[in-house]
Design a protein around this ligand. Structure first.
Ligand code: AMP
Ligand code: TRP
Length: 327
């Protein structure tokens, strides 16, 4: 069984971009692969977040992932900070990575722009991500399109480490969904959908009630030419709606486009399809929320399984670089 690892930040709930870009594949991979999924709370420390909020959002993220279809019987769901090898491995890899390659990371450039002071953790963030991946001997890493560059770095670090210290690390492969790898903001279709306070109308949460989904899709920004055509560059707003409708109904976006004459019917059907797509998740979320003890148990079991694999890989890597066995 191929080994899979992926991670998500503990933002509390999932948006449609997370779900279509990554989590749907996580769920599907459970049937065929040996899957490890991390809620990356250490990565969240690179941003300003209240300690109490971080704790509650980590738990809420776990509930949302279970509602989305992760099954603790068929995958290992764990919290990154509960497996201390992540930070230890990150150090070995920081001593492998260069300032130049981290400085080229576009996500770092975007997040550090216009800030008076930039934290070191924001700069080394992709190295911690590489540690997440390499600790599990992951062959496949299902992610959305925005993670391409980080995944390429993880591969390069693995290759460099192996060239210097011997064949210790598995070189991972990123996988992206064919449609839905980059869900755009409904109000600003030039930007990816993200959990953003600046654009509440642009982001659909997987827990949004049907009337909110309907309103957000109806008010989605399109263009003035009135023609329904799949052309992500020329018509980003309309193409985003076509992608949402296509993935929700299991079709190709250009095929769906041929079925519509005007934006009104396209929006109505897109809203309906997204509501139906999310309905079972919302139902599961309601029943999971009624059992607060469940998540703690799932995460404790997940951390124990993750530690076994991560511990073994870390010891291999530490020994390869010449560190002594723990006394
Ligand atoms: P994050 O919430 O940033 O930790 O992202 C978790 C996963 O969702 C990653 O695999 C991202 O690539 C993916 N993702 C986040 N935003 C989007 C988006 N707008 N479209 C597609 N995938 C996304
Ligand atoms: N950086 C990823 C994001 O923002 C989250 C992440 C952390 C991740 N560690 C990972 C994704 C390991 C895949 C594999 O979405």
């Amino acid at each position: 069984m191929p080994r899979v690892l992926s991670g998500i930040q503990p933002s509390g709930d999932l948006h449609l971009g997370n779900y279509l870009g990554a989590i749907r594949s996580w769920v599907a991979n459970q049937d065929t692969d040996d899957c490890f999924y991390a809620i990356v709370d250490l990565h969240a420390l690179t941003l300003d977040i209240e300690p109490g909020d971080l704790r509650s959002r980590t738990a809420a993220t776990a509930v949302s992932l279970l509602a989305a279809g992760l099954d603790p019987e068929r995958c290992t769901l764990f919290v990154q900070s509960q497996v201390h090898e992540h930070t230890e491995m990150a150090w070995l890899l920081e001593c492998t990575a260069t300032m130049g390659e981290l400085g080229r990371m576009t996500q770092f450039k975007d997040k550090s722009e216009r800030r008076a002071s930039v934290r070191v953790g924001l700069f080394t963030y992709p190295v911690l991500q590489a540690a997440d991946i390499l600790l599990y001997d992951s062959e496949l890493v299902p992610v959305g399109d925005d993670q391409r560059q980080h995944l390429e770095l993880a591969r390069q670090l693995a290759v460099r480490f192996n060239n210097r210290f011997g064949p210790v690390l598995v070189v991972p492969e990123a996988t992206f969904p064919v449609v839905g790898a980059r869900v755009m903001d409904l109000q600003h279709p030039g930007q990816k959908m993200s959990k953003s306070v600046h654009s509440p109308l642009g982001t659909i949460s997987i827990l949004d009630p049907p009337q909110d989904i309907e309103r957000k899709v109806r008010r989605a920004v399109t263009d003035n030419d009135g023609e329904v055509r799949y052309d992500p560059r020329g018509k980003p707003g309309v193409s985003n709606l076509l992608e949402l409708l296509a993935v929700s109904t299991g079709q190709a976006p250009d095929v769906v486009a041929d079925l519509y004459e005007g934006y009104g019917p396209l929006k109505a059907d897109t809203a309906e399809a997204v509501i139906e797509l999310l309905r079972p998740l919302q139902r599961r979320h309601a029943s999971l929320s009624a059992d607060p003890g469940l998540v703690a148990g799932v995460l404790a079991g997940g951390a124990a399984k993750a530690r076994q694999v991560a511990g073994e890989t870390y010891r291999r890597a530490a020994s390869a670089v010449g560190l002594l066995e723990p006394g």
